[in-house]
Each structure stands twice: as structure tokens, then as C-alpha cells.
Design a protein around this ligand. Structure first.
Ligand SMILES: *Cc1c(COP(=O)(O)O)cnc(C)c1O
Length: 361
């Protein structure tokens, strides 16, 4: 048996060369004569690796000096709560752009710590697009504006960083951080769970503008306080050491691929190939997202006859194409084609789509 093409939405595919390197040095890492999982996070070897990972991430995203990078635990969902804890006062309004399941969850969690408002919503269009910036109704008193830059479940993505003026923009980039260059200076805070496009689950990356760290001073428990984590260089307590290490290998891999501009070109080609196959299937397959907002990372699609879904999943799995079942909220299928999904994987999926439609026309 060999590795299949894995279209899972998360935890998701990782670069094979990264996994091989991790395998090679799993038992004895560097000169440590122990695994990276078995050494102190305060030892020299770990700290050097951790600093190199941050340097590489800063280089990849061209993160300005006045932003801090945190390597934390808890999953992106924890930060749905932790962001308002840190950036909003109790009862203060926070504006949300509601574009799908993940922004919806973020609103529900924020309600424990602030007064979330829906400044714009795509719910009426059953989450098939991004509301025009001119239609957003932002509140003057809001602590910040929250967006989910890529809705992993609904397959809707922001392609521009919206202009929110002096109001800090917070973005949940769990499923598209590192898929293309972004202008970090447009954001107040970016967070991303690692298991989509960065590394294993258990690690969350937070990129936060320094002045925003002052908002939480003395108000929240240290373990939830971004300013504390920043002061302690993400070593306030034991960080997810293996996740940090593996993310570091992924950053090095990305640099070797030519960085994020090069990744963006590959990602554009993969998405274009897959959407063209769906759109060109004469209605056999359909993706109903507004073409201007179609995600290049997560491609939901439906078969013309849902009675074929089970057969589609069985045959695709047998053909070495894994995890194409759509999220239960949307149904149908979904192909997640993150950075680590090679173009050959998407080409194999496209030829399977054609073949399946022919055989079960
Ligand atoms: C997966 C995902 C999350 C939740 O991540 P957890 O690590 O499971 O908490 C949040 N936001 C987006 C956009 C996601 O794709």
C-alpha cells in the first residue's frame, strides 16, 4: 500500500518530504539523542528551533516588526473566546461578518465576553458569497471587526483584505494562512489553527499588532492573556512542542517551494482545474458558490443525484482519493486542496470525476 491523495478538510495532508524528515529524526533529533517530543522546551536546542521557525514564518508572510507571533495551544475554537477576552471590554460591541459556519461559531463564543453584532451577513444567500464591503454596517463603538477569511465548510473565501479604517480587523485564517501572500499590516490580529495548512492539530498561530496587547492587561487569567504569552515568547507554559517543530519544517518546505507567491500560483492552478471540471460536467456536479468568492482551499460540490453519493465515496476511496465526503452542514462532497496537496492529486481527482460521470451517467 502507498499513501493516497488525502482531501481531508482537517487534520489535513502534510508535505511528504516533511513527514519523511520527521520520521528520520523522530528518535534522535539533532544532537539531542532523544526525540524533539522528549526534550525541554526551555533547552537550547528547542529554543533555537522555535526561534528559527518564527524567523521563517516572519519571512514568508513579511510580518512587520511591530507584530508579535505566538505559538499557542487550544485550537482555533479556543481563540473564538480568547480574542474577545483580550481585545474587547465586557459588553462592548464587536462587529462580525457572517459568511458561514466558522464565523457563526465565532459569534456564539464571543457572546460570553462581549456584545457581538452582525455587521454584514451572507446567510440569506445560504453562504454562497462575501457581502460587499460597502454594505457592511460597522459600529463606531466596536472593539474590532471579525472575519473568517476562508469558510472551510461553505467554501467561501475573501480575496481582498477589507478596509476597516482605524478599526482593528481580526481574521480567522485557519484554512488559508500561507496559501498566498497577504499584507499583514491590514490586520490587527490573525489566528490560525495549524491542522489545515500548517502542521498537526494542537497548535495555533496568532499574529498580533503590538499595541493591541495592551488592551487585556490585568483583566484575564495569564494563561488566556496574549500579552503574557508575548512577554514569555510563547513559553509561559509548555507549548505544543511537536506541532511547533513540524510547523517549522513546513515553513522551511514553503521557502524551498519559492515562498507564498509561488504557492499562490500553484494553488490558483489547482483550484482552476477542479472548478473547471465541476462547471464543465454538464450539471453532473455542481458548486453553487459565487465564482468571485470560490475558495481555492476547500471546494464543496454536489452530485446531480444524491443517491450516488455513497457509491462516489466508495469508488473514490478505492481509487486512492480520500476524505471527499462533504461536511454534514452542507452535505454532498468537498475536496480540500491545501498547500500540501500536489497538482497530480487534483489531476487524479479531476480524471476520477470524469470517469465516474461516464460510468454512472
Ligand atoms: C477548522 C477551523 C476552525 C476550528 O478549529 P479547531 O482547531 O477545531 O478549534 C476554526 N475556523 C476555521 C476557519 C476552521 O477551518
Amino acid at each position: 500500500m502507498s499513501r493516497a491523495f488525502n482531501f481531508s478538510a482537517g487534520p489535513a495532508v502534510l508535505p511528504e518530504s516533511v513527514l519523511r524528515q520527521a520520521q528520520e529524526e523522530l528518535l534522535e533529533w539533532g544532537g539531542e539523542r532523544a526525540s524533539v517530543m522528549e526534550v525541554s522546551h526551555r533547552g537550547k536546542a528547542f529554543m533555537e528551533m522555535a526561534e528559527a521557525a518564527e524567523r521563517d514564518l516572519r519571512e514568508l508572510l513579511a510580518i512587520p516588526q511591530h507584530y508579535r507571533v505566538l505559538f499557542l495551544q487550544g485550537g482555533a475554537s479556543q481563540h473564538f473566546a480568547q480574542v474577545p477576552m483580550n481585545l474587547a471590554r465586557p459588553g462592548q460591541p464587536v462587529d462580525f461578518v457572517l459568511t458561514g459556519a466558522w464565523s457563526e461559531k465565532a459569534i456564539a463564543e464571543a457572546a460570553h465576553f462581549c456584545a457581538p453584532r452582525v455587521a454584514a451577513s451572507a446567510a440569506a444567500g445560504v453562504f454562497r458569497g462575501i457581502p460587499e464591503r460597502s454594505q457592511w454596517r460597522l459600529s463606531e463603538e466596536a472593539a474590532y471587526v471579525h472575519i473568517a477569511s476562508n469558510e472551510t465548510i461553505h467554501g467561501v473565501e475573501f480575496f481582498e483584505s477589507p478596509d476597516t479604517g482605524a478599526m482593528p480587523l481580526v481574521a480567522d485564517m485557519s484554512s488559508n494562512l500561507l496559501s498566498r501572500p497577504i499584507d499583514v499590516s491590514r490586520y490587527g490580529l490573525i489566528f490560525a489553527g495549524a491542522q489545515k495548512n500548517i502542521g498537526p492539530s494542537g497548535l495555533v498561530i496568532v499574529i498580533v499588532r503590538e499595541d493591541l496587547l495592551e488592551r487585556s492587561t490585568g483583566r484575564v487569567a495569564r494563561i488566556f492573556d496574549y500579552a503574557c504569552h508575548a512577554r514569555e515568547k510563547s513559553l509561559l507554559n509548555t507549548p505544543p512542542t511537536f506541532g511547533w517543530y513540524l510547523a517549522g519544517l513546513v515553513f522551511r518546505w514553503l521557502k524551498g517551494q519559492g515562498g507564498l507567491a509561488a504557492m499562490a500560483q500553484v494553488n490558483d492552478r489547482k483550484a482552476a482545474m477542479l472548478y473547471a471540471a465541476i462547471d464543465g460536467s454538464g450539471g453532473y456536479y455542481a458548486n453553487r458558490v459565487d465564482p468571485a468568492a470560490r475558495s481555492r482551499m476547500n471546494v464543496p460540490f454536489a452530485l446531480h443525484d444524491p443517491a450516488l453519493d455513497a457509491l462516489f465515496l466508495e469508488e473514490s476511496r478505492a481509487a486512492g482519493l480520500l476524505a471527499l465526503k462533504g461536511h454534514r452542514v452542507v452535505g454532498g462532497m468537498r475536496a480540500s486542496i491545501y498547500n500540501a496537496m500536489p497538482e497530480e492529486g487534483v489531476a487524479a481527482l479531476v480524471s476520477f470525476l470524469r470517469d465516474f460521470a461516464q460510468r454512472h451517467g
